[in-house]
Design a protein around this ligand. Structure first.
Ligand SMILES: [Zn+2]
Length: 442
């Protein structure tokens, strides 16, 4: 903790300290403390600090909370307001000050308070409401008194959970999920200023996985471990590369390992599940193949799309190639060496990779696409290294089996010049088996 966490006249509980003497003075080095409440300047110089502290705590307990204003009913420029709030996020500390976003029981957020700690519930009495453009601020100045709630008085966020598979097209959702990947804190630039970002991968009870991004101080403050249960309120679904992701804003409330029935049930469920994130299905923004085919793609740009459909192998000839170990491009054999034209060097340890030519059919339209890497392994069910040791009959059976499933397909389209005509090429990035067609014997 740093000195800026102690405000003037704050009441704190010292948990850990060292006692020392220097010349004639006695001093305490505070190692750890909790902030209990905000006090007031001592009025009488005669009273000792100890007596004053006792009085202050007493005074805080008798603050009349009968007249509590709902945030939704706050009028501009009124003073002496008491609100009962839950702190849900905090900004970074600049010049010793920071802002918090809070909400109250009416579910209204958007008022910003200073000098509070995130995660706490409290009464604020004597604040003044200020309005600056579309923002409303509760100005604490010297007049406001903060009283941390008694346990029975704590405000708790009420969540209304949406299954991850159901977040598509919604403006904002509450989710209950388990952390499968904690994500790194990444320094990034947004609109010319630098900030921090952390993207978690979380799994829902419905077996779907989604990435949740936190920004700024929230990203820095967040400490999560694998298997933590998060309740996240008011998080925004967005589409990136045809996949749904979630973004936390200032008004998103995060509850970590809450002790309630739903949270405990998810924790219990997680103990019996795979902890490998590749075993979970992504939430995709599925569109029709027609939309993809109708989309004009500018040269040098890529366009991502997700389709639900069937896949058949178009060319059943040679489907493997020797790939460069650093860029995965096809190698050419020259004078007993494998050369990569892309990297410009000889590759000493080429790997065997698939290139499949397939037709994707969504029931209305179809298109030819290429499939490489992991997506091809998912389709054929064996690695390229294993493939070359299988018999032709095995090859035929595996080619046929590709058509037995219904898939969710993510593909990337990019424009290429074909004899002065701009043409689109489609590459499948990933496939997920949605269900298997059961053949009725004829
Ligand atoms: Zn290469």
């Amino acid at each position: 903790m740093t000195s800026i966490d102690i405000e003037e006249f704050a009441i704190i509980r010292i948990n850990e300290y060292e006692y020392g003497t220097k010349r004639e003075s006695v001093y305490l080095v505070i190692r750890e403390f909790d902030k209990i409440a905000m006090g007031e300047a001592p009025r009488s110089p005669k009273r000792s600090l100890e007596e004053d502290t006792v009085t202050k705590v007493k005074r805080q307990k008798v603050v009349p909370f009968s007249k509590i204003t709902s945030i939704s009913e706050l009028m501009p420029h009124t003073s002496g307001i008491t609100v009962h709030v839950l702190v849900i996020s905090r900004t970074g500390i600049v010049n010793g000050k920071f802002s918090l976003t809070v909400c109250d029981q009416s579910g209204n957020g958007g008022a910003v308070f200073r000098d509070l700690v995130p995660g706490c519930s409290c009464y604020i009495t004597g604040a003044r409401l200020q309005c600056v453009s579309k923002y409303r601020f509760l100005d604490m100045r010297d007049t406001a008194i903060i009283t941390i709630c008694e346990p029975g008085d704590y405000l708790e966020m009420v969540y209304s959970y949406t299954p991850l598979d159901d977040i598509c097209g919604k403006a904002s959702v509450d989710i209950l999920c388990v952390v499968v990947d904690g994500g790194e804190l990444v320094a990034t630039e947004v609109g010319g200023s630098s900030t921090s970002r952390r993207s978690l991968e979380v799994v829902g009870r419905d077996g779907y996985i989604v990435s949740v991004t936190f920004w700024g101080q929230r990203a820095i403050d967040l400490t999560v471990a694998m298997g933590d249960i998060l309740a996240i309120g008011d998080v925004l679904p967005k589409v990136f590369h045809a996949q749904y992701t979630l973004t936390c804003t200032d008004t998103s409330c995060v509850g970590q390992n809450l002790d309630n029935a739903e949270s405990n049930a998810l924790q219990q469920w997680w103990t019996t599940q795979s902890h490998d994130k590749t075993d979970y299905r992504r939430v995709m923004a599925i569109s029709s193949l027609r939309t993809l085919l109708d989309t004009e793609i500018p040269l040098d740009e890529s366009y991502y799309s997700a389709i639900a459909g069937y896949i058949t192998i178009v060319e059943q000839g040679k489907i493997t190639y020797n790939a460069c170990s650093s860029c995965n491009r096809q190698l050419t054999e020259y004078a007993g060496q494998w050369l990569c034209n892309n990297c410009g060097v000889a590759c000493s340890s080429p790997s065997l990779q698939y290139v499949l030519r397939v037709r994707v059919d969504d029931g209305h339209y179809n298109a030819n696409m290429k499939v490489f890497g992991k997506a091809a392994v998912t389709l054929l069910g064996v690695s390229a290294d294993d493939w070359i040791h299988l018999s032709e009959d095995d090859h035929s059976a595996l080619f046929e089996s590709v058509a037995d499933h219904h898939y969710h397909i993510t593909c990337m389209a990019h424009a290429v010049m074909n004899q002065d005509i701009v043409d689109a090429e489609y590459t499948i990035i990933s496939v997920t088996i949605v269900d298997t067609i059961t053949q009725t014997p004829s």
